[in-house]
Design a protein around this ligand. Structure first.
Ligand code: 5AD
Ligand code: SF4
Ligand code: FES
Length: 358
């Protein structure tokens, strides 16, 4: 079947998704154009900002691809003070960002649960309830998720990394369970969060078939938000030298753009983030993603002195910059992508709102 015939359908088979992910040249142009149109029709031309606070690089886990994995002893571990987190949130609020994201390594204990709970309450308080709060703090118990939700967080991101359990097992130690991830996604929905997931693209051993399954997985569990990006090696990780037979960075980038485009066509009203990893490969990578289907941007508002230690992958952009630098830069970038910023707006997932209120 020709690409334009596929693009005019309303539901897609796996083979059709694969055809879209494989297309090149003018077919690729058609795909990206279609997804850009759908984005404008369904979620509009606004980009919503989520100021990103990388709270701590302490992590109990040992994912084979990640630069801040527990066993990497070349990282200086930090934990941002409460005051600095509140200052960062105040910066976001004063600069009219609608929301913030608190991201961290995975820590599961009462001290951490309580700390996040108090930070959420503090951020809600300083902004008169106006700043939206997204969390990305890994796998937790239902009780923890519930406490954070009750304190005022309303979105949660937990990437599945890959929907293929066998591939997941190759990328993680045996006690990191794929099933547990799925269970956590279910719990997050049950607690009432707008729930987001995502995958890495171009992982060693990953096929286009896997990526099509990733898209079907997101559709099936009915996510509200997605953040996905290219896999990028980090020197001090076990996966660094795992496989020489990898897609080039350029191909991983291209495949990520196509994944975003196909997801926008498959799930027209969800929020899709333009992730930082895209910019690690292409200087205007995030703008390209906004143009073709993404509608969320996460300017880094982590205090400058910590940024160098939150390197999940090499070449991570914005590590020498301050929150002010990124703030100024973001506006120009959004304009370059032909979009506008939804200042002071939460920009909740239309998908979530439709389900909730219908
Ligand atoms: N390349 C790209 N993305 C990575 N992440 C972790 N390590 C890497 C890497 N080497 C992503 C994972 C994780 C998110 C916080 O960062 O998808 O969920
Ligand atoms: Fe920890 Fe997340 Fe890195 Fe895994 S990907 S080691 S859970 S920070
Ligand atoms: Fe950080 Fe441009 S977004 S410097």
């Amino acid at each position: 079947m020709k690409i334009n015939e596929i693009l005019n359908k309303s539901g897609f088979t796996k083979d059709e998704l694969i055809a879209m992910l494989r297309c090149t040249g003018s077919d690729r142009d058609l795909l990206l154009k279609k997804s850009s149109e759908i984005k404008k029709q369904q979620v509009g031309n606004k980009v919503y900002l989520r100021g990103l606070i990388e709270l701590t690089n302490q992590c109990a886990k040992n994912c084979y691809y990640c630069g801040i994995r527990h066993d990497n002893d070349k990282v200086n571990r930090y934990f941002i003070s409460d005051e600095e987190v509140l200052d960062a949130a105040r910066f976001a609020f004063n600069n009219r960002y609608g929301s913030i994201v608190i991201q961290s390594g995975e820590i599961q204990n009462e001290w951490f649960t309580r700390k996040i709970e108090l930070l959420i309450l503090g951020i809600k308080h300083l902004s008169g309830g106006k700043l939206g709060i997204t969390l990305s703090c890994g796998e937790q118990t239902e009780e923890t998720y519930r406490r954070w939700f009750d304190a005022g967080a309303h979105r949660y991101l937990l990437r599945i990394e890959t929907s293929n359990p066998e591939l997941y097992a190759k990328l993680h130690p045996a006690d990191h369970e794929w099933n547990r991830r799925i269970e956590c996604l279910r719990l997050l929905k049950k607690c009432g969060y707008q729930t987001g997931t995502g995958v890495m693209i171009g992982l060693p051993g990953q096929t286009v078939d896997d990526l099509a399954n990733d898209l079907l997985f997101m559709k099936e569990i009915d996510i509200d938000m997605c953040g996905m990006g290219p896999y990028i090696e980090h020197e001090y990780t076990p996966l660094f030298s795992a496989n020489k037979d990898m897609l080039s960075l350029h191909k991983r980038f291209d495949l990520t753009l196509k994944m975003i485009a196909v997801l926008r066509i498959l799930m027209p009203d969800i929020n899709i983030a333009s992730t930082t990893a895209l910019q690690a490969i292409d200087k205007i990578g995030r703008e390209k993603a906004l143009k073709i289907g993404a509608n969320i941007l996460m300017p880094n508002i982590t205090p400058g002195k910590y940024r160098d230690e939150y390197k999940l992958y090499q070449n991570k952009p914005c590590t020498d910059e301050s929150p002010e630098d990124c703030g100024k830069c973001i506006e120009a970038r959004v304009r370059l992508a032909g979009c506008e910023i939804g200042y002071e707006e939460w920009g909740d997932s239309k998908h979530y709102l439709k389900i909730k209120f219908s």
